[in-house]
Design a protein around this ligand. Structure first.
Ligand SMILES: [Mn+2]
Length: 339
């Protein structure tokens, strides 16, 4: 990278999405019924990818179902809940639909849907690089900042017009997964060129930002304040942790997750490399959120995998069947060994 930085506009640095296998395109062209699924606790990129893929297949005259194990607890997607099946029942399974999996390439991230899609042809569109390989066909581009930009490539490959509504879905997933442009690195010009195409199709980044960050209640802000208050440094501040307990549920009534804002705050502290957020889901179940700073060499995706989860190098998650104090102790020790 350093070497190329000096040569101006080295064309070898320009990334282009690889062509999508004809086999995959033919499945989309030739089959008639589809179920589009995404990962549990869907985020903006997951839901937007599902919606954009649905619009594409409807345009091709297909029968399309959306399914997600949920929960739909984030403000920016909660209104879409009614459009999704929570199960693929036997009746639907008997139709032998093609399953299109978006923003997920590990079966356990599908929740109970993983069992329900067994035996069906499965096509995966994703940008997560870890997790066991599954699916009949895969188009996995870890370099893509969002899955929606991968779905955009499917539109182009099949020559389907991107309407303004679809462009908004595609931009929304891009915006959520890049922290509204903040997480885009050098030599990712293709990302901005694709975003520009979407803006030219009628997307307003200004409006998208309001959609992404607005709609919270006061309880959400107070909850965030509580989590910031509980944050603690470890290993001379290289690791920051915070936690949420079951009792918070009664005190802070909000369906929004303050964790994204919490990560942003804690990662802004000088010298921090890793942030861990522990959330007590029940007395014996703890959800852990992992973030690594830009300068950190620690791969939190690999770390999360060791605890039964997964994700990216810089952002990951895991759900551990142990009490919160035990999980905290074990993970702080594990990070200590990597620092
Ligand atoms: Mn994503």
């Amino acid at each position: 990278m350093e070497r190329n930085r000096k040569s101006s506009g080295a064309p070898s640095m320009v990334f282009a999405y690889p062509p999508i296998d004809e086999e995959i395109l033919n499945v989309l062209r030739n089959r008639e019924e589809f179920v589009i699924v995404g990962h549990v606790s869907p985020d903006g990129d997951c839901i937007s990818s599902q919606m954009a893929m649905k619009a594409l297949l409807l345009k091709m005259g297909k029968t399309v179902h959306l399914a997600n194990a949920g929960p739909f607890d984030r403000a920016e997607i909660v209104h879409l809940r009614a459009d999704f099946l929570t199960h693929i029942d036997e009746d639907l399974h008997r139709h032998n639909p093609v399953v299109v999996v978006v923003d997920c390439s590990a079966p356990e991230r599908l929740g109970h849907l993983a069992n329900e899609i067994e035996g069906l042809t499965t096509v995966i569109f994703d940008h997560h690089s870890n997790g066991e390989q599954f699916g009949t066909y895969r188009y996995i581009i870890p370099r893509s900042v969002s899955t929606t930009l991968i779905i955009m490539q499917v539109y182009k490959a099949l020559d389907i017009v991107i309407t303004e509504e679809v462009a908004e879905h595609l931009f929304f997933g891009f915006a959520t997964d890049t922290g509204f442009f903040k997480f885009i690195n050098a030599y990712r010009g293709e990302t901005l060129r694709l975003a520009a195409e979407l803006v030219d199709l009628g997307v307003s980044p200004n409006m998208m930002n309001t959609k992404m960050t607005g709609g919270k209640n006061l309880s959400y802000v107070k909850y965030l304040g509580k989590l910031i208050d509980r944050s603690e440094p470890h290993f001379e501040g290289k690791l920051m942790t915070s936690c949420s307990f079951l009792t918070d549920n009664g005190q802070f009534i909000t369906s929004d997750k303050p964790s994204d804002a919490l990560y942003t705050m804690l990662l802004s502290i000088k010298g921090v490399q890793v942030v861990l957020f522990f959330k007590e889901l029940s007395e014996g179940t703890t959800e852990v959120g992992f973030r690594a700073s830009h300068q950190s060499h620690i791969d939190v995706g690999a770390l999360a995998e060791r605890f039964g989860g997964g994700g990216h190098k810089k952002a990951a998650g895991a759900t551990v069947q142990q009490p919160i104090e035990v999980v905290q102790k074990n993970l702080i020790a594990a990070v200590g060994k990597l620092i």
